[in-house]
Design a protein around this ligand. Sequence first.
Ligand SMILES: Cc1cc2nc3c(=O)[nH]c(=O)nc-3n(C[C@H](O)[C@H](O)[C@H](O)COP(=O)(O)O)c2cc1C
Length: 456
Amino acid sequence: MAKKKAEKRDVSAIFEPIMIGNVEIKNRIAMAPMNMNYTAPNRYVSRQQMAYYAARAKGGTGLIITEGIWASERSGDTYRKYNNLSLANELYVPLMSELVQHVHAFGAKFFAQLAISPGRQGSSELTGVKPVSASAIPYMSYPEHQINNLDPREMARAMGYQGPIPDTDDIDELMDFARSIPGTHMGGETPREITVGEIQELVHDLGTAAKLAKRSGFDGIEIHAPHGYLIHSFFALRSNKRTDEYGGSFENRIRILLECIHSCRKTVGPDYAVGVRISASDNLPEGFDPAFAARVAKRCEEEGADFIHLSDGSYEKMNDFLPNKEGQVMPKSAIVKKGLKIPLICPSVHEVENVLDVLETGKADMVSQGRQQIADPDWVNKVQEGREKEIIKCTRCNIGCITRFAIALPCRCILNPIVGDEQFMDEYMKRPTLPIKKRPWQIVKEIGKEPSTPVE
Ligand SMILES: Cc1cc2nc3c(=O)[nH]c(=O)nc-3n(C[C@H](O)[C@H](O)[C@H](O)COP(=O)(O)O)c2cc1C
């Protein structure tokens, strides 16, 4: 008897459009923010950034979220000086608007992720700026929480360490060694407690950057609040021992985040998409759990956020931040989604089966993919065209992406040789012409209504 042909799976849930605020996204796949170390000198947009994002837009991804863009000149970068894009003043708008125009021409909606400070995960060794945090408590990373393939020896060499490297493969010993070398990001320097005045300056700067993101043409913004950075450091009792209005109670610990939402809303108006990215948990003593994240998400919704994008963990819990396992955040996402009306994006879902599970069982309304979109920018088109077998599957090896990022090299991918070279390919640089929807004088009129932005 002839074998019955396997029934074709219904993937239509992935291609159901969704509204985020007033923005229609054509499918349920977002590309997660990833700093690929492609930024041009002095924080300007590079050709490689334009082509790299265009490739993902051309591959069918509905929503692309930029890497963390710096909203303020007042605090240091995440890793190296100037390795983040910036919208801290108007000088960055012209090239940023070119990037947006480019991605739009290739068919994706485009949100800007805006970050205010690395918090206690910053390093004066690397960026020249003393890190500030909720309280003066350093972070520490542990071997049992590390990601696949991150080698402390390589980190030390990349930091310019010339001395002897211990002759051992014992991860505890290697971590101790790496922690002793400043700037490896294996252990943090003791930050300074941020003052209330400084918080208010950063919150103000974020609002200005949101306005500049809107002017650059982005469809929306995402406030960066996960991964142990400054805003996250207020959430966790481990890193927040404050006794003022930013410490203690739940409402006090999330105050900075709610102020960020208000600050952005004030400058972009009621109709512009404003969302928040938070970690679903900080799975360490005196950290927080998904139930806490659910409360944060709900409060953001009440204060006018249009969407929540989850992530997980921090530099102290790297294997939550960059999951070693497929679908790791899905159960946490289900907890956060309960009772939340605005769209929720669940991260790190690479398998079609799991994307469908998230959507069909209501664990989230969209998924985001980070490393999977690096490995295969055509994931969406391949699924839509029934070519799922052709997907280049990310193995979460971290070799070409996060390891190279950590040692200050532009990211590549061991599975996809094109990554890093998109700028040399006409396919991603030759831009399809877009009709100009707004007449120039309409844009000028809109900008005229904005409060002026001093160029610092
Ligand atoms: C090279 C690299 C850079 C990243 N940069 C950012 C960033 O700028 N902002 C952010 O919120 N997350 C950042 N992330 C985390 C990703 O957005 C994503 O949450 C994480 O990679 C897990 O998803 P994945 O398993 O699909 O890769 C980065 C990840 C990688 C690999």
